[in-house]
Design a protein around this ligand. Sequence first.
Ligand code: DC
Length: 232
Amino acid sequence: MANNDFFAIAIDGPSGAGKSTMAKMLAKDLAITYLDTGAMYRAAAVYATRNNIDVNNSAEVIPLLDSLDIGIDYKDGHQTVSLGSDDVTLTIREPWVSMKASDISKIPEVRTKLVDLQRKIASGKNVVMDGRDIGTCVLPDAQVKIYLTASSDARADRRYKELIEKGDKVTYDEVLADIIRRDNNDMNRAVSPLRQAEDAVLLDTSNLNIAQSVQAIKNIVREKIGLCKIEN
Ligand code: DC
């Protein structure tokens, strides 16, 4: 296998398709590193906002990148994210961050910095990474590439339930509008837009529950990297 026998699993797709649920499950099953790359763009957006910088203004964002210090760690198997010494793992999940993360991710210099960091974290180990450009840009040689998607209604429904469970005060219509706006932003930006890599397997989970989606993902991984790595 390429990369000195290490393997990489790339999961891309629009927001709310279940990428992180699937990636976490695979990481646990295979005992490999999981990297949620969206968390980094979220952290960059939080950093800019804390510095009173408009995430759409690249002339303001670019000089800030020198001091952007994103730390990725793992506590009890969960990824934590910090800005300098400040743990922002929970802050980056607040609903206001989503659109700002999508906006800041359009700036090429931001992507260059974060993609470098993502490749560093992935090097020399087995990894499952999720995001928008993993199969097309970050890890083009990944042994397994999955493009995970679902209808916007199905994704909004799942995201709405998740946020309500967490106690966030949102309406279904707000969540759906956010998903549609972010799809549009992420799919139409100039640099590394969200798209299915030519060699990615498409999995549409609109009509699958979590257990069925997990099974479908495991089947794809088993087929690509061999039976011994994954059970059932
Ligand atoms: O996966 P997420 O919803 O946490 O990602 C937040 C935003 O970050 C997403 O709307 C677009 C951007 N992103 C990106 O451009 N490239 C990635 N690999 C991951 C996320």
